[in-house]
Design a protein around this ligand. Structure first.
Ligand code: GLN
Length: 451
């Protein structure tokens, strides 16, 4: 049924970069056979899923939305891919994304943009726009995203779906193509809080292949999602997540959510987190710095594309020609920014200062979580903007992640879930819930209560 739905709508939506029709049907049949034989089935047996094209899959291409990896079939499955298979999930294919997960609209994909199913002329968010659009268009009931600065939560918000950035280290990064390793985190996308929890539990947990993976039990997210409540909880509202640039309808729906939380028994606490105003600046030094280092591996020798290798050119020239042809503008912008910020003489002024700001943000969160159990905010300052509107204005694009970035810098967990439509444009608004590290279950407890 989902393959038929993809056939019917994906030409317009363009959520998928690769559809694995035969693989999906084979997986589904294997589940049926297991069931018929009375074998034990995985927790998500037979449930179709759309996988962001940033996780390696040994039986499908992995492009990361880039020409530089066009046609590359990885020699191994990511830990997350393995866990999905072990859960008996049916992987439908790989979803569109901003190249190397850099962007907030999926317009930076080398394979063309994805449309927002609510209005195909608008962006589905990014970088994981394909995964969220697949959910919103009912092409898949579950999807996987990755969130470095908001790429699970912002697409969820603008497509009216649910997305969770787990605690950093909660889901293995082994086999997830690296953008900014200290910020990147894979996580679940779904249409309901409980579905997200079921997927979260299937993909989370310690992995010896990822040195930053946390060796502790997975927070009880499914139990929390089944027992939604905010009774007696202290919920923080941060002063810095408001003001100029916030759309009226987004603010209205957010304020209604706060009223709803109160009526359900939560106490609202106003919080001041001054360092959050610096988060965007710090992020756009740290993320490009790590990206410039991570993307050095695309040297025309190891993977995918190779341009100009005609026997007359040096390896260095072939690398330069390949990177020139294989990387898009935003990726090049970040590699240049990051290389500059890390270069001798500038390191302390830029990268060093950004790391100090990162510490201040972590401290602001720690202080906040002494007073509250969770923090709430709008997920994004605006609803989905038209495709093309911010494509030539990187700063305007970067502002889409104003409310999501502090969480990545601190490494804690956050969810976005729908909280209504903005009256002025009829488009979905996302409510963000933020919890301390390894307290991901609180996101689901609160999310299930207000869903
Ligand atoms: N939009 C942000 C960026 O462009 C976040 C991307 C992400 O979370 N992968 O870096």
């Amino acid at each position: 049924a989902h393959l038929a739905r993809i056939d019917a709508v994906d030409e317009k939506v363009h959520a998928f970069l690769h559809i694995d029709r035969e693989g999906a049907l084979a997986q589904a049949r294997a589940v049926d056979a297991k069931k018929a034989a009375g074998e034990k089935l995985g927790p998500l047996a037979g449930v179709p899923l759309a996988l962001k094209d940033i996780f390696t899959t040994e039986d499908m291409p992995t492009t990361v939305g880039s020409k530089i990896l066009e046609g590359w079939i990885p020699p191994y499955d990511a830990t997350l891919t393995k866990k999905l298979k072990a859960a008996d999930v049916v992987i439908l294919g790989k979803t569109n994304m901003d190249e190397f997960a850099m962007g907030s609209s999926t317009e930076n994909s080398a394979y063309g943009p994805t449309g927002n199913p609510w209005d195909l002329t608008r962006i589905p968010g990014g970088s994981g726009g394909g995964s969220s659009a697949a959910l919103a268009a009912y092409e898949a009931p579950l999807a996987i995203g990755t969130d470095t600065g908001g790429s699970i939560r912002q697409p969820a918000a603008v497509t009216g779906t649910v997305g969770v950035k787990p605690t950093y280290g909660g889901v293995s990064r082994y086999g997830m193509v690296a953008f900014s390793s200290s910020l990147d985190q894979g996580g679940p996308c779904a249409r309901t809080v409980l579905d997200a929890a079921l997927l979260h539990e299937a993909i989370a947990g310690h992995d010896p292949m990822d040195s930053t993976s946390i060796d502790a039990p997975v927070p009880p997210v499914v139990e929390a999602a089944r027992n939604g409540s905010v009774e007696g909880m202290r919920v923080g509202v941060v002063k810095q997540f408001a003001g100029e640039g916030y759309q009226a309808g987004v603010v209205q729906r957010f304020n209604e959510s706060v009223e709803l939380l109160k009526s359900l028994g939560a106490t609202i606490v106003e919080l001041d987190c001054p360092s959050f105003d610096l988060a965007l600046s710090a992020y756009y030094l740290i993320a490009p710095s790590e990206c410039s280092s991570n993307l050095a591996r695309f040297d025309a020798m190891r993977y995918g594309l190779r341009v100009g290798d005609d026997g007359t050119r040096s390896a260095e020239d072939v690398t330069a020609l390949t990177r020139e042809a294989g990387f898009g503008d935003e990726v090049k912008r970040r590699v240049i920014l990051g290389t500059y910020a890390l270069s001798s003489g500038y390191y302390d002024a830029y990268y060093g200062s950004a790391q100090k700001v990162r510490t201040l943000i972590t401290q602001d969160f720690a202080k906040a979580f002494e007073q509250v159990d969770v923090i709430v905010s709008p997920t994004t300052p605006t609803t989905a903007f038209p495709i093309g509107e911010r494509a030539d204005d990187p700063m305007a694009m970067y502002l889409a992640d104003l409310c999501t970035i502090p969480t990545n810098l601190a490494g804690n967990s956050a969810m976005s879930l729908p909280c209504g439509l903005a009256p002025e444009d009829g488009l979905p608004v996302g409510l963000q819930i933020i919890a301390p590290a390894m307290k991901d279950d609180r996101l689901y407890k609160v999310g299930a209560a207000v869903e």
